[in-house]
Design a protein around this ligand. Sequence first.
Ligand code: SRM
Ligand code: SF4
Length: 584
Amino acid sequence: MHSDSSAPKPLVANEGIKTASNHLRGNLKAEFSDLATPHVSADAEQLIKFHGTYIQDDRDQRITLKRAGKDKAWSFMLRVRLPGGKATPKQWLVLDGLAEQYQFPSLRLTTRQTFQFHGVLKGQMKPLVKAMHTVLLDSIAACGDVNRNVMAPVNPEQSPVQELVYQDAKGWSDYALPKSRAYHEIFLDEELVAGGEPEREPMYGDTYLPRKFKTGFAVPPSNDVDVYSQDLGYIAVIENGQLVGYDVTVGGGLGMSHGNEETFPRVADTLGFITRDQVNAVGHAVITTQRDFGDRTNRKHARLKYTIEDRGIAWFKAQVEERSGVKFGAPRAGKFTTIQDQHGWHQNADGTWFYGLHILSGRIIDRAGWPMKTALREVAQLLEGTRGDFRLTPSQNLTISGVSAELKPKVDAILAKHGLDKENERSGLRLNALSCVALPTCGLALAESERALPEILEKFETVLDESGLRHDAISLRVTGCPNGCARPYLAEIGFVGKAPGKYALYLGAAYTGGRLNRLVAPSITIDDAVKLLDPVIKRYAKERAAGERFGDFCERVILPWHRRPRARRRAQARRTGGLSEVSA
Ligand code: SRM
Ligand code: SF4
């Protein structure tokens, strides 16, 4: 437990910025109208996150520009809010067209089922938001100290249960949106209403949360949303084919800093069972508890996982029960057996079809011999006006959904024409690989990630091919720094950027997302990691027990003598019985 010191610690600067902002307005309207500078002020830099955008610079150009005595190449990243990752063909076409105008003319699918634009110049920001608004899209609360994009099942049409879970996720996403009209005033020229009722944030309060907050809805047997990495998780409980409610999880989170044991990834605890009608009340109580008790004096200790770690899960559960009036029942959800997206063609319960398309690192761009962006534009044009649409998956992939039997061969023809019909040829490793954006846009990257992934995959695929494991599903995730944006601590093989060309290597998470991996090499090159893992992979091929996953094999055979850092051992020890079910 953290001891209460007599002199209260000062609040971090962000708290002052939020307090003074008048519900996230600050001076942003004026700053975005001032095109004399390419960026915004330091205070505004913090506030714009609540509106879904970050200021960045092109790190590939930094040295050249500095040598030439020039300013950095500033631009904005904008993240769309897209609960459950659902986008219509019309929305796709608008976003696709917009992306062409920016410094990095691509659409980037994120690990939380939404789109990012990179390289948007300041003067392009308002037109971008206005164009998105014409197709009912926005970027409100896509970043910032609030509940962010809510993750949910990719194909609600697959079964009536999935559809209900999607509706609950959408309902919670709407409920947890900030009430402030700041975004509309700053980017959409809505006038601030003078007089009238004062604006209120009934759930968040005037200073919002101490830190970002994330929610995911999972439907067993798929843990595609990595529910144990979320601050708040709802695991569907399905009995006799009916959705009877959810097991609620709290306190997951992955960000850490190298060498700082006070920061650590943590898998969520299970609070217990609730019925569907209690989703928003329980979420509200979780958020207000974190609002009132989260650490506002240290942003590296401000996530819900630390509040729970410090005060204990029993205390937290009692707070949530008291605030919501809901008593948790014993956990009832079924087991998770997979995290992998469904690739290729599958039929929905309503008779329509969906096609799961692998997209390396979620980057939609036209490359020589691989015109992904053009192909998907043609698919969107074909599907416009039909029931068909697009679903972004938590693994940065795409599902073309709701396709009629009549349109199915036409979608096939477009994919084949552009060489995108190769789902069956991809290795199990590739289909289970994630990487974060990292360089050149991410200001926090210590090493390459997205740009390193193709080479990493090729090297490991060679070893897997030699071992006869080409089609085994093994999760590999890479990030450019320890913040964990591609959830690397839940990968069977995790690479976490340390310095240019160097990574911390982690091994042995449970494939289904219930157990963290362990650090096996603090700073290693990719080539040395391949050499280190080559004999491990070959041993796995020969010695694994029936059905044993690579991560579980490493945990059983390779890692028993690898100690977990103290703080992470403590976090692991707090796992509940519900978790051990899925980590087997
Ligand atoms: Fe992340 C910060 C990209 C999912 C943990 N993340 C960032 C920033 C905004 C860098 C920054 O602060 O300047 C990155 C922008 C890079 C760029 O150029 O686009 C960034 N995060 C991403 C995305 C785009 C990675 C991707 O390749 O898909 C993901 C966007 C998700 C979305 O649509 O909302 C993304 N980030 C995640 C996840 C995974 C998840 O949520 O499922 C995590 C780990 C889970 C968690 O939150 O614990 C994650 N991002 C972080 C952190 C560490 C937070 C912490 O508690 O320590 C930071 C840094 C921070 O907040 O200080 C961060
Ligand atoms: Fe940037 Fe680090 Fe997140 Fe990768 S993990 S996108 S390098 S903050």
